[in-house]
Ligand binder design. Sequence first.
Ligand code: FES
Ligand code: FES
Length: 151
Amino acid sequence: MAISIKVNGNTHSIDVDGDTPLLWVLRDVLGMTGTKFGCGMALCGACTVHLDGVAIRSCITPVESIGDSAVTTIEAIGATAAGAKIQQAWLDREVPQCGYCQSGQIMSASALLASKSHPTDTDIDDAMSGNICRCGTYVRIREAIKQAANG
Ligand code: FES
Ligand code: FES
């Protein structure tokens, strides 16, 4: 089935079943492997992307449900004001350890900062609680979000 989706400002025509998860389309069809597979059940946050600026789990998002909405992935988040601040803060604070969860963390943090320029601890908890890090980088993630908010 031919489906048209807009990813990082580019429109792609793809031939997949409509119920194919967006994550599979990004990685296997479009070759954009920055977005990671963790659980496949909306439990870990590794697959987080933005849909019209809102953080969503691409592993449970059927590609046919996207319609005309704009998908943004880790490959392009640095082109947004909030994403650029978050990525710089991640570098300054040396947030990642193994790195596997970090594209999802950055996407959730960028969506938070874009919607709230000075998030409270509660805002950070609410926005980030669904992003799991097996390396335990949570303290640095919180520090980096605060640095980005103050930058
Ligand atoms: S892979 Fe999507 S939430 Fe875990
Ligand atoms: S940095 Fe290793 S899982 Fe988060």
